[in-house]
Design a protein around this ligand. Structure first.
Ligand code: GLC
Ligand code: CA
Length: 629
């Protein structure tokens, strides 16, 4: 038997493509939030562009066909995995979200029912069968409340209604009812750090120093010199303070000036915002995704943040957000929100950017009394497909002893398809990523379109940019339009998203990557996702098993066991562009004479000769098997 050949040059080329640009680096981004949000995006984007510029879509398609030797093989039905009856989901007090798969929908871009070019709630309702068949348990809608849409809904002007561009409360009720009929729960996005500057609370607040809502926001006099109260910067560029001539004071905004920060030190804010959650729970929502949780509190003395050398994409000095991010007071608020959530058996997900899994652990609460699902966004910061990097991060999460919430893409981050794609094996890599985050311990959140291999479609010129940070930061920072493009339903004009002009251009990839075509192609990314989600659902080891890392020194192949008391699943992921063969010794795990039974693989045959002692893998292949004693 031959030993694995590791074509070092190839791996090297893949891993250092960005380094020659001076951009790729093994060192993770340094939170807080602000620095991650932008600098990492830029680094990933630059890396991906470099590896992609010489390809046009046609060439990619040819290459795609050429590598379509990856045939999905599902040995469904042969494995009585669902009969092992270990599935804790059957227990009455089992929290439903632990075995759920969440799906993030950006409503503007999912499906447009009235052909005004903007997606809406009825559009989402019309595709619930698709989501059901995909294997989704809950949808998280990014904000669809009334909003001036400066930050496309993350600037809320009324928390207890639906913006008319998306429909109305009746449409929402119908969406919820129809979702419920299919066993799908609805999660709302809750923007708690700030409101829109058009929210009645802020309109009143800014009207006079003595107004009833004055203290609902953060107002301050200028420095003696006529400068803003301190050096804090908005993550979206420039000072975080805006002078308001009506009362000749500054107000604070961590994001756009149209998003003034609420003053969470004022109990009236807390009451009003907690009541918003009650209002939606009564209407049946199953929980919230809490936006930008780490920025709720600011230092009462407004001390200047330490400045570091250099500037960011928007030309602002680099700064540690020591005094306006991650202040400990946020945990009191999270405990309060959790109490209300518990009264309604609801789940709280958090947008929680942290530097380490240990820092993330704080968001679960000392007594597990804060967020049930703080998102682990670290995978989005691993810029290259590196088994070593992924293994290291997973180990950190496992040793933190938390219930993980892995995410590989979202509406703020370059899509994983572009981040990891090499221009030749993009679909295989998309399946590989699915094979990772959908088989790890925890509750995954899937961003719409990942399941069909959607890729970024970034604006080509400044005039086309919609996202304000893209306008401000052009060309270094192109904004987030690229990862928010319309869902690709079929190969008709506008990809079946709308018969009107879509608010963002559809990615040219829609001709090959769309739901309708992929449903007809057994090798598609979509088929792989569907099979994998079905397998996950019926395999107790994947739902509840411990994570046991294997082959810990292998730079190319990530392999692990998921193991319960009575069953084990083996997951093997070739993160390299070369064929690999791995040999596992499971005797230390008490599985010396274990037999391997294939469950799902991306390889042409079921790899029937694979044994624990030797598994051969195509480039970027996924192999999932059951281990039988
Ligand atoms: C979160 C959202 C992002 C938004 C920001 C301000 O980071 O994910 O899209 O721009 O908050 O609300
Ligand atoms: Ca519409």
């Amino acid at each position: 038997m031959q030993h694995a050949e590791y074509p070092i040059e190839l791996m090297h080329a893949v891993c250092t493509a960005g380094a020659s640009n001076g951009l790729a680096s093994a060192s993770p981004c340094i939170p807080p939030y602000a620095s991650c949000f932008r600098s990492c995006r830029r680094r990933k984007r630059s890396f991906s562009y470099r590896s992609r510029t010489s390809f046009d879509v046609g060439k990619i398609n040819m290459l795609r066909k050429a590598v379509t030797i990856l045939v999905l093989t599902l040995i469904a039905g042969l494995i009585p995995a669902d009969s092992t009856a270990e599935n804790a989901a059957g227990q009455p007090d089992h929290p439903w979200w632990r075995h759920a798969v969440f799906y993030e929908i950006y409503p503007r871009s999912f499906a447009d029912s009235n052909n005004d070019g903007i997606g809406d709630l009825n559009g989402i309702t019309s595709h619930l069968d698709y989501l059901k068949a995909l294997g989704i348990d809950a949808i998280w809608l990014t904000p669809c409340y009334p909003s001036p849409q400066v930050d496309f809904g993350y600037d809320v002007s009324d928390y207890e209604n639906i913006d008319s561009i998306y429909g109305n409360l009746k449409d929402f009720e119908r969406l919820e009812r129809e979702a419920k009929r299919r066993g799908i729960r609805v999660i709302m996005d809750f923007v708690i750090n700030h409101t829109s500057d058009q929210h009645p609370w802020f309109l009143d607040s800014r009207s006079s120093i003595n107004s009833g809502h004055r203290n609902w926001y953060i107002w301050h006099d200028s420095r003696a010199s006529g400068q803003p109260p301190n050096n804090w910067q908005s993550i979206f560029g420039g000072s975080a303070w805006k002078f308001d001539p009506t009362t000749s004071q500054y107000y604070y905004h961590f994001f756009y000036p149209q998003q003034p920060d609420l003053n969470w030190r004022n109990p009236a804010v807390e009451h009003a915002m907690f009541d918003v959650t009650r209002w939606w729970y009564k209407r049946g929502v199953a929980g919230f995704r809490l936006d930008a949780v780490s920025t709720l509190f600011e230092d009462p003395d407004l001390r200047d943040n330490p400045v570091r050398p250099g500037v960011n994409d928007l030309g602002d000095p680099l700064m540690d957000n020591l005094y306006n991010d991650n202040l400990p007071e946020v945990h009191d608020i999270l405990r309060g929100l959790r109490k209300v959530a518990d009264e309604h058996k609801a789940v709280l997900i958090g947008e929680t950017w942290t530097a380490t899994p240990d820092a993330l652990r704080k968001y679960y609460g000392e007594h597990n009394d804060e967020l049930q699902m703080p998102m682990d966004l670290a995978f989005t910061e691993i810029a290259t497909l590196s088994a070593t990097e992924f293994r290291k991060h997973i180990a950190g999460v496992e040793s933190a002893g938390i219930w993980p919430v892995y995410v590989i893409s979202n509406h703020d981050i370059v899509r994983s398809y572009l981040r990891y794609g090499d221009g030749q094996h993009d679909d295989a890599i998309a399946k590989l990523m699915a094979g990772l985050y959908l088989t790890l311990r925890g509750t995954p959140i899937l961003y719409y379109g990942e399941e069909i291999g959607m890729q970024n479609n970034d604006p080509q010129k400044k005039d086309d940019v919609q996202d304000p940070i893209g306008k401000l930061g052009w060309p270094r920072q192109k904004g987030r339009d690229g990862e928010r493009t319309p869902m690709q339903w079929n190969d008709t004009p506008n990809a079946g998203f709308s018969q009107g002009k879509p608010w963002l251009p559809v990615s040219p990839s829609y001709q090959t990557h769309n739901v309708a075509s992929e449903l007809n192609d057994p090798n598609s990314v979509l088929h792989f996702y569907r099979h994998l989600l079905a397998l996950r659902r019926r395999t107790p080891a994947l739902l509840d098993g411990d994570y046991l890392p294997l082959n810990q020194d292998d730079p190319n192949v990530l392999a692990y066991l998921r193991r319960t008391k009575s069953s084990s699943a083996l997951v093997v992921l070739n993160m390299s562009a070369a064929p690999q063969t791995i040999r596992l010794d499971l005797s230390p795990k008490g599985l010396a004479s274990a037999k391997l039974w294939p469950l799902l693989t991306t390889m042409g045959t079921a790899n029937p000769q694979a044994t624990v002692a030797q598994i051969s893998l195509d480039p970027f292949a996924v192999y999932i098997g059951e281990i039988r004693k």
